[in-house]
Structures are given as structure tokens and as C-alpha cells.
Design a binder for this molecule. Structure first.
Ligand code: MN
Length: 259
């Protein structure tokens, strides 16, 4: 059987997204036997307060990824919301943490993988916030606050993102800028394919940089009430967008009864 490399991003899982968490478990269990690798390109979690996070979601996700990893390796690139995911959680989930921009080689092509927020250079306010948050000292202090405090901070962030969903105009994430794409490209050139998430604008774009052709695939985000999720699949035939529909547990039972 031809194996597939899967890419997902922007699931934004939390204890507030039970349907999405169930969808993730189902997606993982169904795709593991067909996979040769899975790349999670950030914002797997809506918020991450440190690897001592004892939420139900954290436990379920760790267990699900660990199970997947019995079939194929799982790689994780942090997003802007879960950049505090660290070695302890990676060990629990049996996944490998990768640098925020990572090049892999597949089928004679060089693919650059990233969450993508670092390419949104037009959002000056966000880039300033990002520099502060990703600073080693700030990270250290954040991680050493009492768990209770960090839970309160996370709850506030969740409230904020809930109100953001009420106001669609606030839901917009800045798009990546041409300058940001060029900077990423120059750092690892030559690159054939760039895969990222973050912007929630699934699409494929063709860029021409110094007479080189760059294909840019933007991953879809996952949503609580969609009952489906999107991903990218790479095999020897190329890259395609895929969609996975949630199968209701009762249908599954019917299915197994008829066997
Ligand atoms: Mn993001």
C-alpha cells in the first residue's frame, strides 16, 4: 500500500471543543495505518499553559498521538497559541518537536514547513508581541508561574477568543506578506513547496522568487461545529487537499453490526 504523509494545523483544541476533540481522535485512528508520517504545523491547542497542563484535552491528545506513533512518526511545529508545548509533553505524546521553520525532502522536492505567523510581517503589533513572548526569559518566567495562575491566564485568553468569534471582523488573522514569504524562502533556498497554516485561508498559491517557482499550500483550520476537518496529503503523486467527515458513533456501530 502506498503510504501518505499527512499535514494538519490550527485545530485549536481545548476542553471547550468536545466535538473537535472527538473528531481529532477519529481522524488520527483512521489515518494512522495509511501514514508514513504526520506533521502538526501548530495551534494544535487553543492555548497551552505549560507541560504540567493536566486538562482532559491534554491527556486525550497525548494518548491519541502516542497511539498514532505506533504506526508512523509524528512531528510538531509550535504555533502562536501553543508555543509553550515542550519536551515533557512531546515525550508523553511520543512526538518529535521541530524548529519553527523546518525543511524536509520528499520525492526529490524540498518542502519548507512552518506555522506561518512569522511571515505575517504586516501585522506590526503582533510581530512585537511575538518577539516578547518567544523571548527565552519571558518563556522561563511564564513556565514558572504557579499552574493556578497560568490556568487563569488561559481562561482569560479563551474568553477573549470566544468574544472574537462573536465579532467576525475580529476573527481575521493577518495574512502572510510577500516579504515574509521571501525571507523564509531565502533562508533555505531552493525550496519547491512551502506548507503553513495560521491564516485560516486554505488555498494554493504560486510565487515566483528569483525566477524560481514556489508552491505555497495553506492548511485549513478545524472548527467545532463543522463535523469535518481538512488536511494535506503528500505521496508520490503530489500534494492534495483532503477532507475527513466525522462518523457518528451510532453509524459506526451499525457498520460493525453489518459485518
Ligand atoms: Mn496560529
Amino acid at each position: 500500500m502506498m503510504k501518505t504523509t499527512f499535514f494538519i494545523a490550527d485545530l485549536h483544541l481545548s476542553d471547550d471543543t468536545p466535538k473537535l476533540n472527538a473528531l481529532f481522535v477519529q481522524f488520527m485512528n483512521e489515518h494512522a495505518p495509511k501514514a508514513d508520517a504526520l506533521y502538526i504545523l501548530g495551534d494544535l491547542f487553543e492555548a497551552w499553559i505549560g507541560d504540567d497542563n493536566d486538562s482532559e484535552t491534554a491527556k486525550q491528545v497525548a494518548q491519541t498521538i502516542k497511539q498514532f506513533s505506533q504506526f508512523a512518526p509524528v512531528y510538531f511545529i509550535a504555533g502562536n497559541r501553543d508555543f509553550l508545548v515542550g519536551k515533557d509533553f512531546a515525550r508523553r505524546a511520543n512526538m518529535t518537536l521541530l524548529p519553527e521553520q523546518t525543511v524536509i525532502k520528499r520525492y526529490q522536492q524540498r518542502l519548507l514547513l512552518t506555522h506561518g505567523d512569522e511571515m505575517c510581517l504586516d501585522d506590526v503589533v503582533y510581530q512585537r508581541y511575538r518577539r516578547v513572548m518567544r523571548n527565552g526569559l519571558v518563556r522561563f518566567i511564564l513556565c514558572h508561574l504557579p499552574l493556578k495562575w497560568r490556568k487563569q491566564i488561559a481562561a482569560k485568553l479563551r474568553d477573549k477568543s470566544r468574544s472574537r468569534k462573536v465579532l467576525p471582523q475580529n476573527y481575521q488573522v493577518a495574512d502572510v506578506s510577500e516579504q515574509g514569504i521571501q525571507a523564509a524562502y531565502q533562508r533555505f533556498a531552493p525550496i519547491d513547496v512551502l506548507i503553513h497554516g495560521h491564516t485560516h485561508r486554505p488555498d494554493v498559491h504560486i510565487h515566483s522568487i528569483n525566477q524560481n517557482r514556489l508552491q505555497r499550500y495553506v492548511l485549513p483550520d478545524w472548527r467545532e461545529h463543522d463535523n469535518k476537518c481538512g488536511f494535506l496529503a503528500l505521496n508520490e503523486h503530489g500534494i492534495t487537499f483532503g477532507e475527513w467527515l466525522f462518523m457518528q458513533p451510532e453509524n459506526k456501530q451499525q457498520e460493525s453490526k453489518s459485518l
